[in-house]
Design a protein around this ligand. Structure first.
Ligand SMILES: [Mg+2]
Length: 211
């Protein structure tokens, strides 16, 4: 427990408060409201020092994928295509926190998974993360004339499904803009968080409404 320091001005105000009380001249005034607020803050401050990290107000739990019942019938499940860098992994090549859960959920929900990346090593890297076996197809190469749309068209040939039966998750707006007219859905994700549960749930719900 840290040492609680109360500055002189707070003590001064508290002194005035108690003098007022003793003289029975207490009236509801702005200064009393201010003093009451200070006392509340002081109380919270003391509680914080007593309970430390236990006194943390957190956001409500994010939606859990386990409880999501997909509205898309099995025969219409879209292929889920992920970009690799800044979509599945961060700048250091580390998987974003929710990726494993998302991949397992999507597989269990009956989706085919694929990767479309400009990173030549995406397939090798996903193997290092022990997730390779969840993916059915890869298009991972870069060339100045090759676009994300071409990646998707190649995946379409490999998998025997239309691009319109795919949902793409990618962190680059240019890729989303280029593919949104041929995919069932192209979803822009934040390069700071990669794909999140929210992104996936929103995308599946939106896709189910367009079917
Ligand atoms: Mg990327």
């Amino acid at each position: 427990m840290g040492q609680i320091k109360i500055n002189n001005s707070v003590l001064y105000i508290l002194t005035i408060y108690f003098i007022q009380m003793n003289q029975s001249k207490f009236t509801v005034s702005i200064i009393n409201v201010v003093i009451a607020c200070l006392l509340i803050l002081l109380f919270i401050f003391v509680l914080y020092h007593i309970f430390g990290n236990k006194l943390i107000i957190t956001d409500p739990d994010p939606p859990q994928l386990d409880y999501f019942e997909s509205l898309i019938p099995p025969e219409k499940k879209p292929v889920i295509v992920f970009d690799y860098d800044q979509t599945l992994v961060d700048d250091h090549g580390k998987l974003f926190p929710q990726i494993e859960e998302i991949i397992l959920f999507l597989k269990e929900d009956g989706h085919t998974l694929a990767i479309a990346s400009y990173n030549h090593n995406a397939e090798k890297y996903i193997e290092r993360h022990n997730l390779h076996h969840h993916f059915t197809a890869f298009e991972a190469f870069w060339h100045p004339k090759v676009t994300k749309r071409q990646h998707l068209e190649k995946l379409s040939q490999k998998l025997g499904v239309e691009c319109a039966e795919m949902i793409l998750f990618d962190d680059l707006w240019s890729n989303i803009n280029e593919t949104k007219h041929i995919t069932g859905l192209s979803v822009l994700v934040s390069p700071e968080t990669g794909v999140t549960r929210n992104d996936v749930l929103k995308a599946l719900k939106k896709y189910s409404k367009t079917e």
